[in-house]
Design a protein around this ligand. Sequence first.
Ligand code: NDP
Length: 475
Amino acid sequence: TQAQIGVTGLAVMGANLARNLARHGHTVAVHNRSQSRTKTLVEEHGHEGSFVACETPEEFVAALERPRRVIVMVKAGAPTDAVIEEFAPLLEPGDMLVDGGNAHFLDTRRREAALRERGIHFVGAGVSGGEEGALLGPSIMPGGSKESYEALGPLLEDIAAKVDGVPCCTHIGPDGAGHFVKMVHNGIEYADMQLIAEAYDLLRQGLGLSPSQLADVFDEWNRGELSSYLIEITAEVLRQVDASTGKPLVDVIADRAEQKGTGRWTVQIALDLGVPVSGIAEAVFARSVSGHADLREAARGLPGPSGVPAGVLDESFVEDVRRALYASKIIAYAQGFDQIRAGSAEYGWEVDPGALATIWRGGCIIRAVFLDRIREAYESETPPVTLLTAPLFVEALGLAQDSWRRVVARAAEFGIPAPGFSTALAYYDSLRAERLPAALIQGQRDFFGAHTYQRTDREGSFHTLWSGDRSEIGG
Ligand code: NDP
């Protein structure tokens, strides 16, 4: 029998995607540079479905029905280019090459253009959900041509996570659109994780709650509007006790957050697009701060407040933090969706934000009840310019106001770092402001660089003769 689809690159992600496809009744050709991985997969999981183990690229390509569908699941970067170069000459016009790795969308645009010249559909597909998602149902964000989605969509939707029977997979848009939204997904994930971590820290330092008590708090929160995979696993991590020391595991894990780069890419691209994703940026920088052992060591003895005085905070602080977390989370997601809109406009992708929210409801790391609210907002008759103004979020932000401000104020007062909460509130207040001090900045720029300014009352560009008689010219 010919295989309906093939997977090359059988490390954890590729192997699990191949198993997922086979478990759904598809015949899957499997290949890996080192043959041992292919052998292991078939030996250990061959009984789960129909696999065609292939030793060489030629054998692999020959095993596939036409047009061929090949999923590449190898290390992102140069290895992906190497694999494309190896397989493209063996493919024919109309065949599809899907890169499911975490590629940079600009690489995907370059690869798509090059392969299009050769008649091959190159599909950059964001895949989220980690190992478990790949096996049991990821959220899949395929870019590439509409035509390729007709052939690939049914297979990918089949293996994707389902929420209310709706698959967490949809065609995102041409060329790099899929990898772009996956990148922003990861950026949002960074922001969400940072906010949760700050909530934990505020309650731990502020109220002196233990990790296991905090696990109960997060479990409780997981039953409400914050219900999400990240809140759920936070409770699990906090409840974990280290076998060798008997301490809470979170207390023996080194406090240096690492990163693989997609959060950083999100911020770099946001800077290029001019989109203020301050929540994501703070989250990336917070990880970076945590990893700067030298700076932290040097700063350890610096003066600060005397700590949290007994009796100042009570149980009501828990609800304050919960509301502040929800409000800050709304900001982070609103910023992420702004970036998607900006990227979509810049590259002409026409990404549908409602459809995107729909496929992020399940399978991926940021899956949450919350995404349903975002979907509703974008699918309403009057989609909001920013998610902040969607009626449901206006209400939530209103309810959170006092709590949010108290939490940020308390954090500052007691010296507990809360960069995510603080930047979210500052962004919110900046957007709401009647007037911003940007007017003063324009005045400064005009002073030292004659950069000119616009006036509120007249059209045109103006310049004050700062080093002359200070009269105004222009119009
Ligand atoms: P790795 O990123 O660790 O990559 C290992 C695989 O790449 C192996 O199959 C390896 O083959 C192959 N490979 C590396 N270099 C080459 C090369 N030059 N030529 C051919 N094959 C090569 O595997 P993962 O399964 O962790 O991830 C796969 C992709 O999925 C990555 O792009 C990753 O960023 C992305 N991803 C990962 C997630 C995760 O949770 N791990 C989540 C979502 C996406 P060999 O066995 O011969 O060394």
